[in-house]
Design a protein around this ligand. Structure first.
Ligand SMILES: Cc1cc2nc3c(=O)[nH]c(=O)nc-3n(C[C@H](O)[C@H](O)[C@H](O)COP(=O)(O)O)c2cc1C
Length: 196
């Protein structure tokens, strides 16, 4: 199966360090690998409401899905590789990235969609810029993505980290740019939950 990478931009600003780093890594993808780039901040999702245990059908049959949600759901299911391109915000993912992941829970409950079964075996990756130089501070984000991948029985490619605060600063992080060259070449193992 041809690889098809879905890059989901989650920074709250345009042209930031995270996107720069992700594009450096994506440049190394083989020509045959498809790339699709979507900006989550330009495709806002409705506030997530948890109606899993409300007794009624959820989502309601025939509920008109917001266009952005349908677009993101279909793009997710069409990709072999999901790349969350999110800055480190408060040691975790950005709010648009989190809102997207919360909607995975909804999609798990859509009758007939088989979201979990269809996502199994695909690969989750992260690309993250952060202001602090201490990369260990990104561990909450790395664990969160790894456990998410494990819950979904996905592969996990890990997180490509880069340092930067002002736009463009990540280009000074030569270690991150070197890691970007081979990031997507790694064999992503099946994710393992830290709860195992
Ligand atoms: C709301 C917010 C929260 C942040 N939290 C952290 C943090 O917890 N740790 C950190 O190292 N940097 C933090 N930063 C700095 C960003 O990670 C840094 O500026 C990064 O380059 C932003 O990515 P971008 O250029 O792609 O927008 C935060 C920035 C913002 C705006």
């Amino acid at each position: 199966m041809n690889r098809s990478f879905l890059f989901l931009l989650g920074s709250a600003r345009q042209g930031g360090n995270t996107e720069t780093l992700a594009r450096a890594a994506a440049e190394q993808l083989p020509a045959g690998a498809e790339q699709r780039w979507l900006d989550l901040t330009r495709l806002p999702l409705a506030d997530f409401t948890d109606a899993r245990h409300s007794g009624g059908a959820w989502p309601e049959p025939g509920e008109p899905e917001a266009g952005n949600e349908a677009l993101l759901r279909d793009a997710t299911l069409a990709a072999t590789d999901i790349v969350l391109v999110t800055p480190l915000y408060w040691y975790s993912v950005s709010s648009s990235t989190k809102a997207y992941l919360d909607h995975w829970t909804k999609w798990l409950y859509v009758p007939g969609l088989d979201f979990r079964a269809r996502m199994a075996g695909r690969t989750l990756w992260g690309v993250t810029a952060m202001g602090d130089r201490a990369e260990a501070l990104a561990q909450p984000l790395e664990l969160m993505l790894g456990n998410t991948a494990a819950y979904m029985k996905m592969r996990y490619g890990g997180v490509l980290l880069g340092n930067g605060s002002g736009p463009g600063q990540v280009l000074d992080d030569t270690r991150a740019l070197a890691r970007a060259k081979t990031f997507f070449a790694r064999q992503a193992p099946l994710a393992r939950s830290t709860g195992e």
